[in-house]
Structures are given as C-alpha cells and as structure tokens.
Design a protein around this ligand. Structure first.
Ligand code: PLP
Length: 440
C-alpha cells in the first residue's frame, strides 16, 4: 500500500553532504541547465562557477552528449558485463587508455569516484598478492585528502569530519602530512615553491612500517575537495622516486583533475609524473551519466594474467561497470573535449582566471588565494567561534545574486566549466568580491 505522502514533500530525501534541516527550511532547487547556466526553481539564471561538483567540464546539456545518450538508451539500455560484453564499453576503455599518459593502458570501469578509489586500492593489494608479495598490505594516504566516501576512501582520506562517525575503518593505513602552510605559501600563483620536503616524510613512514609491508600510496595530485591545495614544486616527483625505490604503487586520484581541469588531459601529464594507477570519474562523462574508471599500467594488468585462462583474474566489478549508456556518454564527452579543444582552452584561459582570482586578495576576510588551471581556492578567516559560517553565508549570497560557488570549511573553491568566457570569469569573481565586502 502506498503511504499518503504529498507529491511536493521534500522531507523524504535524506540529502547527501547537506545540512538537511537548514536546506529544507529554505531550499535552493535547480530545475534545468544549459551551457554555463543553471535555472533555479524561481526562474533565475545562475552562473555555474563550479561545473556542478567539478564535473560538467564541457558545460551543461551539450547537444552531442545529450544526443548520444538518447540514441544509446533506445538501442541497448543495459547488458551484463560479467562474462559478457558490449562494444561501447571496449571502445570507451580504448579511448580513455589512448588519452592517458605512459603505459596506463588498461581501464576498469566503475560508477563513481568512490568506487574507483576502492577498486584501485583493491587492485593494489591484489597485485602484490598475485606476485607472491602478500605482506604488502599497508596503504598510505594523506591528511586532508578526499577520496570519496567508501570505507577504503575514508580510510586513506584525511578529512576528519568524514571519518569520525564511522568506526575503526581499514587497518594498516597511515597518512602523509598535508602541504598547506600559509606562513610559506599564501597567495602563491600556481605551484608553491615551498613544501617538496614534505614528500620525504613518506621515507620515514616507509621505514617505520618496513618497506616490505607497504602496498600503495594514494594522493590527489591537486587536492580539491579539502579546499584546493596545489602540489609544491617537486613534491609529486619525490613521492614517485620514493615509491620506485621501495616497489610501492603510486595512485593518483584524478577524479577532479582528469579531463582538462588543469589545462591538460590529466594531472599526471600536467606535472610530468607517471603514477601506477589513476582514478577517474566526474568529467569522464561530463557527469551526464554516472561513470568512473581506473587506469592501470600495463605491468599491473599483466601480473594478473598468469593463471589458467578460464580463471576470473580479478573477482571485482559492479553491475553497472561499463554501462552502455554511460559508455556512450563518455565517448561523446571525449569527442566534445577533443573537437572543441577544451583542455587547450582551459590552459589559455588559466592566466586570466588566475589574475581574476588574485584580484580578490584586497577584499575583506581573504587570507589566501591559490590557483592552478581553472581552479581557484579563496581562503577566508573563520568568524571567531563560528568556523565555516562566513563562507556559507558568502555562498548563499552569491547564489541569491545568480552565481554558484562552492565552499569547503572556510575556503571557497571555484572550478567552472572549461567553456567559461572572460566576461563570465569577470562576473564570477566580481560577484564574489562584492559579496565578500557585505559579509561580516
Ligand atoms: C579526488 C576525489 N576522489 C573521489 C571522489 C569521490 O567521487 P564520487 O563522489 O563520484 O564518489 C571525489 C569527489 O569529489 C574526489 O574529488
């Protein structure tokens, strides 16, 4: 029997990462989207300063992606992916592999960034085990790291609010220090000069546990969700060197940085450091249909291929791994990125975006501006005794003025679709600056 719930009830949904009671008392509803803009329920156009959640890199409702999804859902809505295949999943994997640097040539599909992270961590553990190196079970993450919300992701992640309610998490996990230090790095443009030495803490962690016990290190090459922490010059290179020295796998979580955010296809390419695995999601399909992926170096894949041909090499996968409609969306998104040269466009716009971000330096409350590619973090002094409130009020006021920004703690993170133009960049930072002057 159906319960009598009013159709306009907004109580039923337990909203993700949301202050439910506060939101439901004054909802902000989005009802449609096109290009750089959302339309709110009260009919206002809202400039998207965050590409949704760092994911709509080609802007909203791109006609080619919409058409591909429409066409595919009518042709093949679903097909099982276990011991069966369908052409688009293979095509999409080959396409992703072709974009990835080095010999990151094998692609495993998931449905989200969190699943990509869990998949990569499991592949790392299994890789050592199938090679007969089964003592390598420890995973190293980083303070302030965000790797989604699965148990693996929050265990290696380093945002305490996301961890503290959920028990003991995975055993055998340790964390590198984060690289945020305003005494050294405030108002840096691009990569900070200070901080590469923090990668050397990995050497100490490795020695503490013994190198033979460490399976993998996972970091976001640019930490996004914690509030935009750009890697210090030389930092990622040092992580790579230490991992190489001790046979440890290096995983880059590129869920945000993948597909053009920094003005290159991937952060691995941007920084010239090749990890052993990359986790992807978000921009993979331009967020039209949920999909994630793990890119794996050839040698890791081959390590699994030694047993009998009839054995399932990796007992892992999701009902929707390589879903046909998601694969169609991914192929169309990658076409659009290429045909419209959106990554190059992001690289070209980055200096203008950087200047616009750093112009906020003079506004009240601003204690740091940091940026890379089409990402900027603007850190505010927390209101005494009320952390996060100043940033939250800034977010609400910007929304009321027709600009969507995102906050994390007291940092504002901006990451617009790569199709943004200079006038829209001016509007984005101009509105934010004006609002900052009105927030106490
Ligand atoms: C670096 C990183 N990893 C993983 C995730 C989790 O992705 P999802 O929310 O699709 O599970 C995110 C989401 O913001 C992310 O930024």
């Amino acid at each position: 029997m159906t319960k009598p719930v009013p159709r306009n009830d907004i109580e039923s949904q337990w909203m993700p990462f949301t202050a439910n009671r506060q939101f439901k008392a004054a909802p902000r509803m989005i009802v449609s989207a096109q290009g750089m803009h959302y339309t709110s329920h009260d009919g206002r156009r809202i400039l998207d300063g965050t590409a949704g959640l760092w994911c709509c890199n080609a802007g909203h409702a791109h006609p080619k992606i919409v058409a591909a999804v429409r066409e595919q859902v009518g042709r093949l809505d679903y097909a099982p992916g276990f011991q069966m295949g369908h052409p688009l999943a293979f095509e999409a994997a080959a396409r992703v592999a072709g974009m990835l640097p080095g010999d990151l040539d094998r692609v495993f599909f998931t449905n989200s960034g969190s699943e990509s992270v869990d998949t990569a961590l499991k592949i790392a553990l299994a890789y050592h085990r199938v090679r007969g190196d089964a003592a390598r079970t420890r995973l190293i993450g980083r303070e302030r790291g965000y790797h989604g919300v699965g148990f693996g992701g929050i265990s290696v992640g380093g945002i305490s609010n996301n961890r503290k309610l959920f028990g003991a998490l995975l055993p055998g996990v340790d964390h590198l220090p984060h690289t945020h230090d305003l005494d050294h790095n405030a108002f840096t443009r691009g990569q900070p000069k200070w901080g590469a030495h923090l990668a050397d803490v990995l050497e100490r962690i490795v020695q503490l546990h013994d190198p033979s016990t460490i399976a993998a290190v996972i970091v976001e090459p640019m930490a996004g969700s914690t509030g935009v922490l750009v890697p210090p010059l030389g930092y990622l290179e040092r992580l790579r060197a230490i991992c190489d020295r001790y046979g440890i796998l290096l995983i880059f979580d590129e869920v945000i940085t993948g597909f053009g955010r920094l003005g290159s296809s991937f952060a691995a390419e941007h920084f010239g450091v090749l990890p052993d695995m990359v986790t992807l999601a978000k921009g993979l399909t331009n967020a039209t249909i949920p999909m994630g992926a793990v890119g794996v170096r050839e040698g890791i894949y081959q390590a699994f291929m030694g047993g009998p041909a009839e054995a399932i090499e990796l007992p892992h996968g999701y009902t929707y791994s390589g879903h046909p409609v998601a694969a169609a969306a991914a192929l169309a998104a990658m076409d659009v990125y290429e045909q419209e040269e959106l990554f190059g466009r992001a690289a070209e716009l980055a200096p203008y975006f950087e200047d616009a971000a750093h112009a906020l330096r003079e506004r009240q409350h601003v204690i740091d501006v940091r940026n890379i590619g089409l990402v900027a973090g603007i850190e505010l002094t927390p209101r005494p005794g009320e952390p996060t409130k100043r940033a939250y009020e800034t977010f609400v006021k910007c929304y009321e003025r027709g600009v969507l920004i995102r906050t994390t703690g007291d940092t504002i993170a901006l990451s617009p679709p790569l199709i943004i133009n200079k006038t829209e960049i001016d509007l984005l930072f101009g509105t934010l600056g004006e609002v900052l002057d009105t927030v106490h």
